[in-house]
Design a protein around this ligand. Structure first.
Ligand code: ATP
Length: 199
């Protein structure tokens, strides 16, 4: 994805998360967003520490970045953005979005968000400014009810492709000695197998 080649009407998908590890649910919804919103590309933005998971000790940032790079290799529309890792500390979406606005002032920014996080949106840091700067793309998660965006947030719900996979489920399977093939990209499964991660 050559960002510098994009025109002024660029439409960008921004996908934040822990990605511990990235799984096929993430990849499928990113592709669905690309198609349904006719995005120019999707940036995957791993967090150092989610404000909503203060006690979580995610896998080291380099490992989560490596998984993302393996998962997205060869996809021309996808990019890994390590800015939240580089900043360190708790990762706030507004800081990341301000950076995109600075870099791409004329782009339309679409923030991908799982349905499980929508109800909490009003509590996100600088919520009013965030609601102005980005349109939200709500990702349906199987088993979760469809949640309308609270005011003043704008956006739409994605149609494809709900997949009942989560990173915590994958970590639990590794811990239990179960395979994670077909839930994560093959290269990620192999890297997990060859490491002591999530045991
Ligand atoms: P965990 O199980 O550790 O909480 P997760 O699978 O929800 O992790 P995150 O990296 O926290 O993964 O997710 C990043 C974003 O992707 C969040 O907005 C989350 O709601 C969304 N998401 C994750 N898995 C899916 C899925 N299978 N379908 C749709 N959205 C998903």
């Amino acid at each position: 994805m050559g960002m510098e080649e994009w025109g002024v009407e660029m439409k960008l998908g921004l996908f934040g998360g822990s990605f511990d590890p990235v799984h096929l649910g993430h990849l499928l919804v990113a592709q669905a967003a690309l198609e349904e919103l006719e995005l120019d590309g999707v940036c995957f933005i791993p967090a150092t520490q989610s404000p909503f998971k203060p006690d979580a000790q995610p896998a080291p940032a380099e490992v989560r970045l490596r998984f993302l790079r393996l998962a997205l290799a060869g996809l021309p529309w996808a990019e890994v953005d390590a800015q939240e890792i580089a900043r360190g500390g708790v990762s706030y979406t507004i800081d990341t979005v301000r950076e995109y606005v600075r870099k791409f002032p004329s782009a339309r920014l679409h923030w991908l968000i799982g349905a499980d996080h929508v109800a909490m949106l009003p509590t996100w840091r600088d919520a009013a400014e965030l609601a102005q700067l980005v349109e939200f793309v709500v990702i349906p998660r199987p088993g979760d009810a469809e949640v309308p965006l609270p005011k003043p947030f704008r956006g739409r719900t994605l149609r494809g492709f709900p997949l009942g996979v989560s990173s915590s489920q994958i970590r639990a399977r590794v811990k239990a000695g179960l395979p994670v093939d077909f839930l994560v990209p093959a290269a990620v499964a192999e890297t997990i197998r060859n490491s002591r991660l999530y045991l």
